[in-house]
Design a protein around this ligand. Structure first.
Ligand code: GUN
Length: 284
């Protein structure tokens, strides 16, 4: 058996085309969706990420602002910038790129973003809203994974067992909540799990979000399962790879996401969706 690929590039293209149409309609009614991206310091990976986010905004007809600051910027100065963006009516989403320099408390900055503009979904209020099923912005990476499941006819996971590997605040935990909301029976595994394979072998859906290559191998997967790989690692040859042993697992799984070209493009796509929805809410 060879798994069918869930193509994040193709799905992103489709979702972004829908976003562009809705953005054009909103713009015609006088509100252009606007995203502010704030970068502090010169982390090379962050520079690439923010450039991609701004480019994605341009491609779907959003207004975007990239604010770049020296690594020496003080926490108070950054908080003042966030406050100014909170009060800027042309901005519907605020994203402060992480990691921030060590002298700045990331949680303080994230919590300073108005919940109405927290399009990353990282703030406590957004995470809490997800937990209790209230409207709020969903973290983009797990939201993108849900969109991938929806694209293969698995929007409702009633009767299915989903296993999430990883318990980070930005992927593992919100992922588990979204799967639960979709009626799955959910297990969260992590570095303290005694027998990971025993858990994953029961799963109809596996989401690997650990940040370590080959965490999931073929012997750990039930035939036909859906495998979603959130990992972004470099292998020994320096090539981009996920957390899943792709070559082995694709022989067993029913569906699998590749790395690159899987979850990665979906993260920025869902950032666009959140920003659009924020702009729509602001005008309704
Ligand atoms: N750093 C790496 N990924 C992300 C992300 O999705 N959002 C923010 N704000 N920072 C990041």
């Amino acid at each position: 058996m060879t798994a069918t690929l869930i193509d994040g590039v193709a799905l992103s293209k489709q979702v972004r085309a829908e976003v562009a149409l809705r953005a054009a309609a909103l713009t015609a009614r006088g509100t252009k969706p606007g995203l502010a991206v704030v970068l502090v310091g010169d982390n090379p990976a962050s520079q690439v990420y923010v450039r991609n986010k701004v480019k994605a905004c341009e491609d779907v007809g959003f207004h975007s602002v990239l604010e770049k600051y020296e690594a020496t910027m003080s926490e108070a100065e950054l908080l003042a910038r966030v406050e100014a963006l909170n009060n800027d009516p042309t901005i519907h989403g605020i994203l402060v790129q992480l990691p921030l320099p060590k002298h700045i408390a990331s949680h303080k900055v994230i919590e300073a973003i108005s919940p109405a503009k927290d399009v990353d979904g990282f703030a406590v209020e957004s995470a809490g809203a997800l937990m209790v099923g209230e409207p709020g912005f969903k973290a983009c990476t797990p939201y993108g994974c849900m969109k991938m499941l929806e694209s293969i006819g698995m929007a409702d996971l009633r009767g299915k067992h989903a296993v999430v590997i990883g318990r980070s605040n930005i992927v593992g935990k919100p992922m588990a909540m979204m799967l639960l909301q979709a009626n799955a029976t959910v297990t969260i595994c992590h570095s303290g799990t005694a027998d990971l394979g025993a858990m994953t072998r029961q799963a109809d859906v596996i989401v690997a979000a650990v940040g370590k290559q080959k965490v999931l191998t073929a012997d750990m997967v039930k035939p036909g399962a859906v495998v979603i790989d959130v990992g972004m690692n470099r292998n020994d040859e320096g090539k981009l790879c996920g957390d899943v042993d792709f070559e082995g697992v694709k022989q067993v799984a029913g569906w699998i996401t590749p790395v690159p070209g899987g979850v990665g493009p979906m993260t920025i796509t869902m950032l666009l969706v959140n920003t659009l929805e924020s702009a729509e809410r602001a005008t309704s």
